[in-house]
Design a protein around this ligand. Structure first.
Ligand code: G3H
Ligand code: ZN
Length: 284
C-alpha cells in the first residue's frame, strides 16, 4: 500500500484503547523485519527515522526503501520523523515524502517550543501531514539522571493543556517516567500523571523510551491514552545479538547476508511481541 499519514490511525488507536508501534529503522534489514512482522500480525505500523538514522542511511534512501517495502504489503505504513529538533529538518522530510512529523523542542523554552511547533503545524497541516511535539523532556540513560531529576522533567498537565491549544498539534509526546536507551526493562510510568494529562487534553499521547518500561506499565499507560509507542533500543539490541549469534554459528562465513538473516529474525520477533503487547495485532 502507498504510505499513509499517522492522523487517522492514531485517533483510531486512541479511541479503541490500543497503541500503534513506532519502530526506529536504520537500514534495509530493519525496514524489512519491521514491515514483515507487522504484516504477519495484521498491525498498522509507524516506521520512524531519527536524525541520526537520516545521517547514516541518507534521507532519500530511507524514503525509497520504506515506500518500496510498504508497497508490497497490505497494512497501513506511516513514515515518521523522530525527534526532529529543527524546523528545517522537518521541512526537508516533508518534501522528501514523510507522512508524519515531529518537532522536538524539549530543550527549548516553553515559548520557543510553542512558536516553532505552531509554525510547523501551520505548514504541515496545509498539505495534510500531522505533527507530534514534545512537552517536558524524556531524558537519555547516558545522562545519568536520578529519579528526582526525571520527575522534574515530567510533563505538567496544565501546561500540556495550554501547549495543545496554542500549537494545534496532532499528538503529544509526554515525559511520564520513561528514559531513552535503557538496556533493562525497569522504568515505571507515573500513571496518575498520565491520567491528569488525559483529563486536560483529548489527544493521542506518545510514549518515548519504551524499551526500558516494564510491560505492566505499558499496558496501563495504553488504557490511559497512550496511542503511539516508540521502540528503538530493543530493536538495536536484537539486531546486534543476531549478528553475534550468526557469527558464532558460522565463524568462517564471509557473506554478510547469511549473518544478517539472524539479525532480521530477532528484530522481527521483538516487533511481533511488542505489537501484541500494544494490542495492535489484527487491527487491519
Ligand atoms: O524516539 C525513540 C524512542 O523514544 C525510543 O526509545 O530507544 O528507549 O526504545 P528507546
Ligand atoms: Zn524518543
Amino acid at each position: 500500500m502507498p504510505l499513509t499519514t499517522s492522523k487517522n490511525i492514531l485517533i483510531r488507536a486512541y479511541k479503541e484503547g490500543w497503541a500503534v508501534g513506532a519502530f526506529n529503522a536504520n537500514n534495509l534489514e530493519y525496514v524489512q523485519a519491521i514491515i514483515e512482522a507487522c504484516a504477519e500480525e495484521k498491525a498498522p505500523v509507524i516506521l520512524q527515522a531519527s536524525q541520526g538514522a537520516i545521517k547514516y542511511a541518507g534521507l532519500h534512501n530511507i524514503v525509497d526503501m520504506i515506500k518500496n517495502v510498504a508497497d508490497s504489503v497490505s497494512i497501513p505504513v506511516v513514515l515518521h520523523l523522530d525527534h526532529g529538533t529543527d524546523f528545517k529538518q522537518n521541512v526537508e522530510c516533508l518534501k522528501a515524502g514523510f507522512t508524519s512529523l515531529m518537532f522536538d523542542g524539549s530543550l527549548l523554552s516553553y515559548q520557543d517550543n510553542v512558536r516553532i511547533s505552531k509554525s510547523l503545524v501551520d505548514m504541515a497541516h496545509a498539505v495534510g501531514i500531522p505533527v507530534e511535539a514534545e512537552l517536558g523532556r524524556v531524558g537519555g540513560s547516558e545522562e545519568g539522571i536520578d529519579e528526582k531529576e526525571i520527575e522534574m522533567l515530567m510533563t505538567n498537565p496544565e501546561e500540556a493543556e495550554q501547549f495543545v491549544k496554542e500549537t494545534g498539534i496532532d499528538s503529544l509526546a509526554v515525559a511520564v517516567g520513561s528514559i531513552h536507551r535503557l538496556l533493562k526493562q525497569e522504568a515505571k510510568l507515573d500513571l496518575p500523571r498520565i491520567k491528569k494529562i488525559r483529563e486536560k487534553i483529548d489527544l493521542p499521547l506518545v510514549l518515548h523510551g519504551s524499551s526500558g518500561v516494564l510491560d505492566e506499565y505499558i499496558v496501563e499507560g495504553i488504557k490511559l491514552g497512550i496511542a503511539k509507542i516508540n521502540v528503538a533500543t530493543e530493536l538495536n539490541k536484537a539486531f546486534v545479538q543476531g549478528m553475534k549469534v550468526g557469527l558464532n554459528k558460522f565463524p568462517e562465513e564471509v557473506d554478510p547476508r547469511k549473518i544478517l538473516k539472524f539479525s532480521k529474525d530477532l528484530v522481527k520477533e521483538v516487533v511481533k511481541n511488542k505489537v501484541r503487547l500494544f494490542g495492535a495485532s489484527n487491527r487491519v
